[in-house]
Design a protein around this ligand. Structure first.
Ligand SMILES: Nc1ncnc2c1ncn2[C@@H]1O[C@H](COP(=O)(O)OP(=O)(O)O)[C@@H](O)[C@H]1O
Ligand SMILES: [Mg+2]
Length: 304
């Protein structure tokens, strides 16, 4: 008999709607294939739901804060029921762009230069600091957000306004701007699944470019890279997956400029709607949506 699956989706992060979509689509696909499923929010009733429903596997369909950063994972650890994707530590390392970038650098993985800012010095001093380290425009972003929420490309003129407008984060990151191509790589366990290129029509691959079909971001697969360059970027993504200690499926986001791949981040809870990038890369490589989901469920029980 097929296992009972509990899907957790929604949550409190800014990516709530995307997570609900991931949850719905995974649920639909599993139902179609004969699984018994239940969908739950990660709220106060979750513990009761898990105890009553007794799922064989928990599918974590959450994105962003509380769902992708080790918090929900540490709650799920208590139940001794396999849950999908990465565990507590890998999730929290990957979600923190400062820590993960330090780990990338330590392991010789190229990532854009950066500084962090905790609103402890004036913005004019920050601007001086930026100028010493790199040039404008810069990219201003939160340390632990996703879906390009509050990511800004800023000229010197704009930086004060932007930095002040996201003060609620307490600590943010300022990165050198890397122009060039946007390439993302999916890793599935130890397997280098493949890569895709995104060509946004907008200024960059922002929230609209990611989720609004009217923004008409072009998805290019197979990516137009030489055999060697493709191998190189796939290897970097696999290395990042291992360095962080990830499980299941991850998606690494790169900028490719002047022959160099710059790793922006690794995502431990990549979008899993039929139109998301990991399923698209999987499909191109002959793995259907249900096969991908079933592999993720199976992999959940392999977590150490
Ligand atoms: N240093 C950078 N240089 C150029 N573009 C960037 C840089 N950092 C982020 N971006 C743009 O912003 C998008 C989102 O940034 P990313 O670091 O992946 O954060 P998120 O977790 O929100 O996806 C990227 O896909 C890219 O288009
Ligand atoms: Mg990203």
């Amino acid at each position: 008999m097929k296992k009972k699956i509990l899907i957790i989706s929604g949550g409190i992060s800014k990516e709530r709607l995307i997570s609900l979509d991931t949850g719905q689509q995974v649920a639909k696909e599993l139902k179609k294939n004969g699984y018994k499923i239940k969908i739950s929010e990660p709220d106060n009733n979750l513990e009761k739901t898990i105890k009553n429903y007794k799922p064989g596997v928990i599918f974590n369909a959450l994105h962003g804060q509380f769902g992708e950063d080790g918090y929900i994972q540490s709650i799920l650890e208590r139940f001794k029921i396999p849950y999908t994707h990465s565990g507590v530590i890998a999730s929290s390392l990957a979600m923190d762009k400062e820590i993960s970038k330090k780990l990338f650098i330590k392991n010789k993985i190229k990532t854009p230069k950066f500084i962090t800012y905790s609103y402890d010095i004036s913005v004019s001093k920050l601007i001086k600091k930026i100028k010493k380290k790199f040039k404008f425009p810069v990219v201003v972003k939160p340390l632990n957000e996703g879906s390009s929420v509050n990511v800004y490309i800023c000229s010197e003129k704009k930086v004060t306004r932007i930095v002040n407008s996201i003060k609620n984060y307490k600590k943010i990151m300022i990165e050198e701007f890397i122009s060039g191509r946007e390439i993302q790589v999916a890793i599935m366990g130890n397997k280098k699944l493949g890569a895709i290129e995104l060509k946004p029509k907008r200024k960059f691959y922002d929230y609209e470019a990611k989720y609004n079909a009217n923004a008409k971001t072009e998805h290019i697969i197979p990516v137009d890279l030489s055999k060697n360059k493709l191998k190189e970027v796939l290897n970097i993504a696999l290395k990042a997956h291992k360095v962080i200690g990830c499980n299941g499926v991850t998606r690494s986001d790169f900028k490719f400029y002047n022959g160099i791949f710059y790793l922006l981040e690794i995502n431990t809870q990549p979008g899993m709607t039929k139109l998301s990038l990991v399923p698209e890369i999987a499909a191109y490589n002959g793995i259907s949506f249900i096969e991908l989901i079933e592999w993720i469920l199976k992999d959940a029980s392999k977590k150490k």
